[in-house]
Design a protein around this ligand. Sequence first.
Ligand code: FEO
Length: 397
Amino acid sequence: MNTTFIKDGIYWIGVHDYTTYMFEGCWPIDQEGVNYNAYLIDDEKVILIDTVKEFMAEEYIENIKSIIGDKDVDYLVINHMEPDHSSSIEAVIAEWPDVKIIGNAKTFPMLQNFYRVHKNLIEVSNGETLDLGGRELQFYMTPMVHWPESMVTFDVQTGTLFSMDIFGSYKATVGSIFDDENEVETFLEPTYRYYATIVGKVTEMAKKSLAALTPLVPSIKTICPSHGLVWRTDPGYILNLYIKLANAEVEEGVVIAYGTMYGNTRESAEIIADELRNCGVKTIKFYDVGRTNISYILADIWRYQGLFLGAPSYYGQILPTMENLLYKLEGNKVRNHVCGFFTDFSWSGGANRVFDKFIQATGANCPAEMVNVKGYPTDEDEKKLREMARAVARQLK
Ligand code: FEO
């Protein structure tokens, strides 16, 4: 059992997951774990806001009972149907069969498909307010952040925004869920990584959702997301960070991400890094795509303005580890970046054609031509790689 009183009848009833290895089967949950935050309002009526991943349902139900004892749960608000937040719905219904489930028109078909639940449903629409035993809850649709049915819930009485995935991060909270009792800066990288992997592809929708929530901002006192910290002291910090993330605002710094089979492409990458240092670039993130899960690389690409991508050709195409990064990057786009590309011919060429397609698809800003090396970089190749590095450095802020 592990609950935390937040304020005015609101409790955190979430769980810490230190055992799942891959979030969504793709993104590593490292030793820091991840929170599935869920909340309870104990007032005239008992209201749950979201659930947790099914394998931790028992702990979640115990958390609820430790607060309400023998009382019934009256309402369950489903802000988001992704199973990390919805898959304990059946456990809630099993415990409190008369619970009324609040969602929107897009929630309920999923509820039927995922869990065969179709009774006691209350549908809300964008901006609608429900009075639940004197507690006014407002609902705002935030489609595609992160799924089509996503919405947020605002408790008018306390100024609390239950924001589901929005404002969330990887990294479980330890000891305290609150921003003022944690080193907020340690959540920065996990927030970037969460955004780049989960929201990056739909960042235009995130911008729209944030714009739609703007009128609420002066009334927001506390932000309770589905992952990461509860922002009770400085919600402006995460709001401003999210505006920056949604607008893909980049900072000074360069990511060099390369794939290599036998080190030749790494040599090119090192030449570029050396020249960037000569140009005074201090922040250089240097990644071998074969050794690093792409979520960490995507996070830094979302954050920093400069980007170099390099890989050898592979059976007439490109090294598969780089292809994987390109696939996700094409969705995220590289809208505010300054880019450089370099390849190795291997025995067939092909990586250059894959990069060309990527450049066309994303409109990547490349101030210098791609450098195509055959085997180990020659003196002439090195000259071109250094020229490319200088051309990118000149455009960095
Ligand atoms: Fe944390 Fe989109 O679920």
